[in-house]
Design a protein around this ligand. Structure first.
Ligand code: AMP
Length: 453
């Protein structure tokens, strides 16, 4: 199987070859012909499967074959619209569009919140064939009448489950109402809740169904281990492991933004180059941290779950759960960052007595018990008593924007079960979904709190 066999043009195959890909991944092998055929698509695939090229390549092909409609009212017609939940994912998707489309004469743009809107307005006056956007900021442009969505031929909802988790459903519906009725719709989601199914039912017309193996914790390329340790020894243990094992490129997860900052500062004091990325950091700071991490200049990147979504680092050798996530599915997402594309990866978790319940939830989800290894000198106190875990400074989580008090509502020691936790595609629901705080909020409130505008 080659990219040329899938019906892609020479210019696209050349760009892909220059990127170093020789064989399409399973999602690409299935999605590319399906999208080229012009029909709708429902794809179950998460980050790491090559899904981005799975939709970007055939979109480039389709748009490059068809004439561009004439500009109306001085605004260039947007021909393909890709919606993503986070700024990072939007930036990476658009980067892929540019890279794979570098031998074509198509123009793309990325649009997200948290940055000055004026340069975006300026750019929208030029020619834009493919727009990659987060929903909130796109609606800002709609309101300002600086974007024309009346000519969209292809719509992609990327990581649709995350978009719903983050409370973007109202924004998505508003955007759908602005698009032409006749268009091609592609929906990508790692999980399939009833809510996603309802969205797909309303959106897709006789879609092709594609499902690729869920990246999960049983991936045998990822070695997983638990280091039991006392809560106040975690930082020393992490430094010890990094130095002893000579780890480079370590992605470390904390539960909170505050915890990420503090840990990065402490690691720096230990002589380990580290930076924290999370939603409070400027886009420029995040981009810089990621670039330095990728080149190896930065040894450790400390991230929260939300900030890490969409981070594309291939062949990441080490993922550390400095704190276990209170949402077991996040563990699977986290360790999915390592051991990609057949490379060996290692995912270790530093677990203190407070987190035993989280660990049990994770092991139940992945259906296996993780091996424990006590590091000499870091033996946990057998008499330690668990303390409630503070989730107060947690980043924007499912169902709400900043300022909803939603993170606060999840504060406390009840560890498991977030609103809207999703079963895997094909998996049964484990129970009724919890309440969705943001869905009940007026949209204006929700949008004023959105972090991706
Ligand atoms: P994605 O799931 O789209 O985030 O892609 C995951 C990673 O796989 C990215 O780093 C891509 O650059 C890489 N990738 C995508 N397609 C291929 C391919 N056909 N061969 C090798 N690597 C790929």
């Amino acid at each position: 199987m080659s990219f040329a066999n899938l019906g892609l043009s020479e210019a696209i195959v050349r760009a892909v070859t220059e990127r170093g890909y020789t064989t399409p991944t399973p999602i690409q092998a299935q999605a590319i012909p399906a999208v080229l055929s012009g029909g709708d698509l429902l794809a179950g695939a998460q980050t790491g499967t090559g899904k981005t090229a799975g939709f970007v390549l055939p979109i480039l092909q389709r748009l490059s074959q068809e004439p561009r409609p004439a500009a109306a009212h001085g605004k260039a017609p947007i021909r393909a619209l890709v919606l993503t939940p986070t700024r990072e994912l939007a930036a990476q998707v658009e980067e892929s569009v540019r890279e794979y489309g570098k031998h074509l004469r198509l123009h793309s743009m990325v649009m997200f919140g948290g940055v000055n809107i004026n340069p975006q307005m300026q750019k929208l006056r030029g020619q834009i064939d493919i727009l990659v956007a987060t929903p909130g900021r796109l609606l800002d442009h709609v309101q300002q009448k600086t974007v024309d969505l009346a000519h969209v031929e292809i719509l992609v909802l990327d990581e649709a489950d995350r978009m719903l988790d983050m409370g973007f459903i109202r924004d998505i519906k508003k955007i759908l109402a602005l698009l032409p009725k006749k268009r091609q719709n592609l929906l990508f989601s790692a999980t399939f809740s009833d809510e996603i199914k309802a969205l797909a039912d309303g959106l897709l017309d006789k879609p092709a169904l594609i499902e690729v193996a869920r990246r999960n914790a049983t991936a045998d390329t990822v070695a997983q281990k638990v280091y039991p340790v006392d809560r106040d020894k975690k930082r020393q243990l992490l430094t010890h492991l990094i130095q002893e094992k000579q780890w480079f490129q370590v992605l470390v997860f904390t539960r909170t933004k505050h915890g990420a900052n503090r840990l990065a500062e402490q690691l720096l004091k230990d002589g380990i180059t580290a930076m924290a990325i999370h939603g409070n950091k400027s886009q420029a700071a995040r981009t810089r941290a990621l670039a330095e991490f990728k080149t190896g200049k930065l040894q450790v990147l400390v991230a929260t779950d939300i900030a890490a979504r969409g981070i594309d680092i291939t062949e990441l050798p080490h993922v550390v759960n400095y704190e276990l996530p209170n949402v077991p599915e996040d563990y699977v997402h986290r360790i999915g960052r390592t051991g990609r594309a057949g490379c060996e990866g290692e995912a270790v978790s530093l677990v203190c007595v407070d987190e035993h319940k989280f660990l049990a939830d994770i092991e139940r989800l992945i259906k296996r018990k993780l091996p424990r290894e006590v590091v000499p000198g870091f033996e946990p106190d057998p008499n330690a008593r668990p303390e409630p875990i503070q989730l107060r400074s947690q980043e924007h989580r499912p169902g709400g924007g900043r300022g909803h008090g939603q993170a606060g509502s999840r504060t406390g020691s009840q560890p498991a079960g977030r609103p809207g936790s999703k079963p895997a595609l094909g998996g049964g629901r484990s129970g009724p979904a919890g309440p969705k705080p943001a869905a009940a909020k007026p949209s204006s409130m929700h949008r004023s709190g959105g972090r991706n505008r």
